[in-house]
Design a protein around this ligand. Structure first.
Ligand SMILES: [Zn+2]
Length: 96
């Protein structure tokens, strides 16, 4: 998990998760108040983990005859994948 560059306080999982879900909302260090925004490549990681499973299962693979089940499985995978987002994404100081 990423730490604050300024004071080394680790960001909380829930803070990063919420930021990613709210369209990459900037986050602020709870201790020193430094502002962070998500790095550009990290936006791709978030999209890959959340959108791709739905596309692959719902549209490309479609392993089941029932379209609804395909999308539901894709949703389950992307929901599970989203739990890893806080470990994978990187944030950078807004001012640097
Ligand atoms: Zn800090």
């Amino acid at each position: 998990m990423q730490k604050c560059n300024n004071c080394n306080l680790p960001f909380k999982w829930s803070v990063i998760y919420k930021s990613a879900m709210w369209l990459y909302k900037p986050i602020q260090c709870e201790k020193c108040g430094t502002d962070y925004k998500i790095s550009f490549p990290s936006r791709y990681i978030v999209s890959f983990l959340t959108v791709l499973p739905i596309l692959i299962f719902g549209l490309i693979l479609s392993p089941f005859d029932n379209e609804f089940i395909n999308i539901l499985i894709g949703l389950c995978i992307s929901f599970t994948g989203s739990f890893f987002i806080p470990y994978l994404v990187k944030y950078k100081n807004v001012n640097t």
